[in-house]
Design a protein around this ligand. Sequence first.
Ligand code: DOR
Ligand code: ZN
Length: 401
Amino acid sequence: MPSRLVICAELVDPRGRLGEQCLVIKGERIEGFREEPPGAEKVIDLRGKDYMVLPGFVDIHVHLRGLGQGYKEDEYTGSRAAAAGGIVLVADMPNTVPRLDSIEALVAKLQALREKSLVDYMVYAAVPPSPDEAERLVSVPGVAGFKIYPRDLEERAKSVDKILSSNHLVVVHPELPEAEKPVAENEDTRRALRDCHWEIAAVDYLAELSPSTRIHITHATCPGTIRAARRHGFTVDTTPTYLFLEPGNDCLHRVNPPIRGLAEKQQMLQLLLGREISLVASDHAPHSPREKTGDPLLCPPGVPWLEHWPSILYCLVSRGALSIENYLELVSLRPAKLLGVTDLGLLEPGYRASIVVARETHSRTIFNYYSKATLTPYMLYSLQKCLDVAATIVRGRIVKD
Ligand code: DOR
Ligand code: ZN
């Protein structure tokens, strides 16, 4: 007999505030709702204390690393950071060492996730050298689709064509390979050389290659990229880094595509609030503290902040700019749908019991406690009235409390 877990608090999902009720979990699934807690093995009664029960967050763009890069992050530390942030499902990127462009590498990666991950996971396959390999890669259970990087457009063009003529989910880093080539003398010139037009051109280029595939443009940084994606019928996400973070000349602020100026960020925010952006993801990209204190122009790009981004985005809700329903669509329901997961994102009987217990915090200071990548540009940011995750439950199992 699967055991029952009951949590009583204010229930909220993308359909709205459902009032103070008790959510009954049986085994891995939501069983139903009650006004009063029924007899159960475990009852957590948080009524009258401002706690909310929300559908668990889904992050479609993370780098948990592992395999040959376990010194940067691994499937345990990365998934623990996810759980701390209220994330119940991650989709992991294939630019690992080795790249996930072969069955062997995918199998090894999925095995590491199975053994170490605290949260649910999927992975993307990288574009393989041979077009004939592509179908085999996506037939591996747990593979959500493909990730296309700018260099693939040049170096693996035939395989890209093959993938784009299939009906699989294709997540695209929107820059053309030429954007990666110029060598800049400082971060300002790098940002100028690698500007918005590369992103928009990449989106238009993909539309020319493939009018029909399920293309998702990830980590868009520019308003024009969002508009181009929408024009072509693609889904598109951004990361809150491109909404909130100021550019900086140190390695911690080095990320690809680069952080843009205030004008772009303001328009991106307007597009988000105007519901033009399909969903939000983190692009959690951990590197070791040693790497991130190296030469700003040679050090690896990426911002690690898996345990914090849902909380930071929630600041828009507590400030009255974004409704909680829209927030939950952006961080839970739509990302789940993109991955083809149809039993996540709502508090609904039969759905996965993958939920978050959280409340608005008064004030909190950011520090990466769980990721191996302790250095983040958000370090020591002070969050006023944002989200505090008290517990994360994945398929009925408490993975953070
Ligand atoms: O800044 C970035 N870091 N951009 C990418 O496309 C890759 C990522 C990483 O894996 O570190
Ligand atoms: Zn990435």
